[in-house]
Write a protein that binds this ligand. Structure first.
Ligand code: ZN
Length: 205
C-alpha cells in the first residue's frame, strides 16, 4: 500500500468551527453553521479514513491588536472566541450526527496572546505543537476543513505544505469571510500545491 493511501498516515484537521464564526456569532461567516453540520455528517462515517482527527480553535485570552473597536476585517477584528466564553465553544451542529468530542483525538488551541491564523501556531492541552503531535502519530498527509477558507484554513494549509505534508482542502466543508479573498486564497493554495477538492473525492497518491 502506498504511504498516502494508508489512512493511518492521513490526519483530518477541522479548523475553528466555533460559535463566533457561525451565524449569530461576533464574527459570523455566512454558512458557518451549515459547515458545522456537514463536518458532523462526515465524522459519522469517515473517521476510519484518518489516523488522527484534530480540531483547532481560536482561543483568545489577550490577543493584543488582533482585536479592534474599529476592525478592518483583514488584520484586526471585533472581539471573538474569547477563551472560556460561549463564543469560543464549538458550534452545536458539530454534534448533530456524530459525537464530536469522541471523534476528535485532540483539540489544538491558538491565539492565546497574539493573532494566530494557522493551526500550526497552536498547542495541545499538553503544550505540544500540532507539528510534533502529527509527527509522533506518523502523519504524512492532511485534509483540511472548516472556517475560514481565506484566513485560518489557508494559513493552516500553507504551513502544512511548508512542513512537507500532502495537503487537501475539502471545499464542501469550508466557508470564507468574503468572496474575493476566498477566491484569491483558493488560487494561492492551488498554486502552492494544495489539492483543492471535495470530500467525495478519495485521497490519491
Ligand atoms: Zn482570532
Amino acid at each position: 500500500m502506498l504511504a498516502l493511501q494508508d489512512p493511518m498516515r492521513r490526519a483530518l484537521i477541522i479548523v475553528d468551527v466555533q460559535n463566533d464564526f457561525c451565524e449569530g456569532g461576533s464574527l459570523a461567516i455566512y454558512g458557518g453553521g451549515e459547515i458545522a453540520r456537514r463536518v458532523s455528517a462526515y465524522l459519522l462515517d469517515k473517521t476510519k479514513n484518518y489516523g488522527v482527527i484534530v480540531a483547532t480553535r481560536d482561543w483568545h485570552i489577550d490577543p493584543g491588536d488582533h482585536f479592534a473597536e474599529e476592525p478592518d476585517f483583514v488584520d484586526c477584528w471585533p472581539p471573538h472566541c474569547v477563551a472560556d466564553s460561549s463564543g469560543a465553544d464549538f458550534h452545536p451542529n458539530v454534534d448533530k450526527f456524530a459525537d464530536f468530542s469522541e471523534a476528535v483525538d485532540i483539540v489544538v488551541s491558538k491565539g492565546q496572546y497574539a493573532a494566530a491564523y494557522s493551526g500550526f501556531e497552536g498547542t495541545t492541552p499538553e503544550g505540544d505543537s500540532l507539528q510534533s503531535f502529527l509527527q509522533s502519530a506518523g502523519v504524512e498527509a492532511v485534509d483540511i476543513v472548516g472556517l475560514a477558507t481565506d484566513y485560518c484554513d489557508r494559513a493552516t494549509a500553507m504551513d502544512a505544505l511548508k512542513l512537507g505534508y500532502e495537503v487537501r482542502l475539502l471545499t464542501d466543508m469550508c466557508a470564507g469571510v468574503a468572496p474575493e479573498s476566498t477566491a484569491l486564497a483558493l488560487s494561492e493554495m492551488r498554486e502552492a500545491g494544495v489539492i483543492v477538492t471535495q470530500s467525495s473525492q478519495p485521497a490519491q497518491d
